[in-house]
Design a protein around this ligand. Structure first.
Ligand code: 2RA
Length: 352
């Protein structure tokens, strides 16, 4: 029989994409239950044509649910994910809380689909959006050529900060339009936007590029930079992978981009790498630079999977490649990966 699904955090920006993705494959699933904080309970939301009333979070609301997709702040997931699992649901959790725990698999189908089966706590974690938009290209290259190290610089969209982040960017852009001459003198953008423009991203994002994503950690690192390192190591099954990362917020609505320098154990040519990427799941090669064809953030918005281009042989480093990759941070970076993990579970539980 069909599996019953819960979307927990149904009213958020990722929750609304989850509802769209579910509507597109509605026939695969049983009941769909929408769950959110008591504040949102009673709202009616659509999954396709179906109108579903949002229910408040409680232990009982998970009765009869087979798979629960969670998209909640870390501390709320920490409390409620074990409750849902206790009630018998397999939880796919998008928060950072469980990701690095040894008895919780961290799964992207392009890297380690087999790990879904190893879930002693009935919890499967979904990685951070920056890691998830990198994995579809780096994982197949690692399988083929053996990744030794990577250096990653990210260019992350405002919607990584949820609805509030996106609204903050629009507000700042609207407040600085027309912008003739703005951003050409020290302090002019800060003055135009006022102190409150520091709240969402630590510095104004309109007309700016901000080298801080997430919270500060020891040694001057940000939480986001450490996630790229630690989560990549775990999903690639490569605990000694050398990773350098710098995470940066850019004034873009949707689409996390990354410039990657990757060094492999084995020889690799651009032609070989391109052949691997062209066959890889979740990757579209967009790489015809002479015709201005390369991945850009705006072209990734609303699109499944990731795009890769600007593929080059490193000039000064042996066995190394440079490339640029972009993916919709709300789709492959969150909702789509969660749905792909659910699909692995559906096949395991209903087709074996
Ligand atoms: C961001 N990675 O882009 C975060 C969201 N999980 O802010």
């Amino acid at each position: 029989s069909k599996l019953n699904i819960a979307i927990v955090g149904a009213t958020g920006v990722v929750g609304s994409i989850m509802r769209e993705l579910l509507a597109a494959e509605r026939e695969k699933w049983g009941e769909i239950r929408l769950i959110a904080s008591p504040r949102s309970a009673g709202k009616v939301l659509n999954v396709g044509d179906e109108e579903i009333t949002v229910q408040a979070m409680s232990p009982e609301v998970f009765e009869g649910i087979d798979i629960a997709h969670f998209d909640l702040p870390d501390e709320v997931s920490a409390e409620w994910v074990p409750v849902a699992a206790e009630k018998g649901a397999i939880v796919i959790d998008k928060s950072a809380h469980f990701r690095m725990e040894d008895d919780v698999p961290l799964v992207a189908p392009e890297a380690n689909p087999e790990d879904v089966r190893n879930r002693p706590r009935n919890i499967i974690a979904n990685a951070n959006c920056t890691t998830l938009t990198l994995i579809p290209s780096i994982a197949p290259l690692h399988r083929e050529f053996g990744l030794a190290s990577m250096s990653v610089a990210s260019y992350q969209a405002a919607s990584g900060g949820g609805k509030a982040g996106l609204e903050a960017l629009y507000e700042q852009v609207n407040k600085t339009t027309p912008a003739d001459g703005l951003g050409t003198k020290p302090g002019d953008v800060r003055e135009a936007l006022g102190e409150e423009a520091n709240e969402a991203f630590g510095a104004p994002l309109a007309w700016n590029v901000v080298p801080k994503v997430g919270g500060w950690r020891d040694g001057g690192w940000t939480s986001e930079e450490l996630k790229v390192r630690n989560e990549s190591r775990k999903m690639l099954g490569h605990p000694t992978l050398k990773v350098a990362s710098t995470c940066v917020r850019v004034p873009v609505a949707i689409g996390h981009a990354q410039a990657v320098h990757a060094t492999f154990e084995n020889d690799v040519t651009v032609e070989q790498a391109r052949a691997v990427l062209e066959k890889a799941e979740g990757v579209t090669v967009v790489d015809d630079p002479g015709n201005n064809v390369y991945p850009t953030s705006i072209d990734s918005a609303g699109i499944s999977g990731t795009q890769v281009g600007r593929l080059r042989q490193s000039v000064d480093f042996p066995n190394s490649l440079e490339f640029f990759t972009v993916g919709d941070n709300l789709i492959k970076g969150a909702a789509e990966n969660s749905m792909q993990v659910a699909e692995l579970l559906r096949k395991e539980l209903t087709e074996s």
